[in-house]
Design a binder for this molecule. Structure first.
Ligand code: OAA
Ligand code: MG
Length: 247
């Protein structure tokens, strides 16, 4: 039997999502490194609402190119099918809107009204390597949003929404539509879609082991034998894990 390739729009299997919600981005980057992937952490981002930093979702990409004065004029927003607005109305539940702003922060990638619309569409989060405006709204928005800085300028001042659902760069990381994004207070990590299930299970297992190791270090044990765990500590962990499964 031939496996059907994963499509960009396929939802994440529930088990994978559950495991990625349990694992931290720190743990996930280690699992990616063990598979040879060293450049999956989007650089320079912070969670705009510290109480909504936990994010898991599938990438829906939007590509911006530099704005040009004769094209990017205010009247383009009269068109409901302007690519930025069309992207907002195209994101499916469980997807993260990932914007390639080329790392440029002089104008916002979007504002609070568009983000609120995304929230109502079931969007799992927004990630831009640029700025956002309406910062007070983002600070309370019930949807994880990651950006570099605030900027009051509307996107037309620096950005032209060119394309959606194409491969992009975001904070120096390649993002393909359908990749899996995980965010927390350490940042946003991009997991290639074909690795998502495997990385999720391995990361959850590592997270669980580290929870045990941490409890041992908190109780005063030294690193030797504990972190990394030797055979005896692993045996203790197995006993504990049988009684305290993470799932
Ligand atoms: O960034 C923009 O121009 C759109 C905006 O202000 C919003 O969505 O509230
Ligand atoms: Mg606004």
């Amino acid at each position: 039997m031939v496996d059907t390739p994963i499509q960009a729009s396929d939802p994440l299997p529930e088990r994978t999502e559950q495991a990625l919600r349990y694992a931290s981005t720190a743990t996930i980057t280690t699992q990616l490194l063990s598979r040879g992937l060293r450049n999956q952490l989007v650089q320079g981002l912070r969670a705009l609402n510290p109480e909504r930093s936990r994010m898991v979702g599938v990438a829906f990409t939007l590509r911006y190119v530099p704005a040009r004065e004769d094209i990017d004029v205010l009247s383009v927003f009269q068109d409901y099918d302007h690519p930025q607005r069309k992207a907002v109305e195209s994101v499916s539940p469980g997807e993260v809107l990932v914007i390639d702003s080329r790392g440029q922060q002089r104008a916002a990638s979007l504002g609070h009204i568009l983000a609120t619309r995304l929230l109502h569409r079931g969007c799992a989060g927004v990630v831009t390597d640029g700025s956002v405006r309406d910062s007070d709204g983002f600070a309370e928005l019930a949807m994880p949003t990651f950006a570099r800085n605030p900027s009051a300028n509307t996107n037309l001042i620096q950005h032209h929404a060119a394309d959606m659902q194409v491969p992009i760069g975001c904070g120096e990381v390649a993002v393909y539509p359908g990749d899996v994004l995980v965010g927390d207070h350490d940042g946003v990590v991009v997991i290639p879609r074909h690795l998502a299930d495997e990385v999720a299970e391995a990361a959850a297992a590592q997270e669980h082991l580290e929870a045990f190791v941490l409890s041992r270090v908190e109780s005063g044990l030294p690193l030797r034998g504990t972190y990394p765990p030797d055979a005896a500590t692993r045996a203790e962990y197995e006993k504990w894990a049988a009684e305290n499964p993470w799932r």
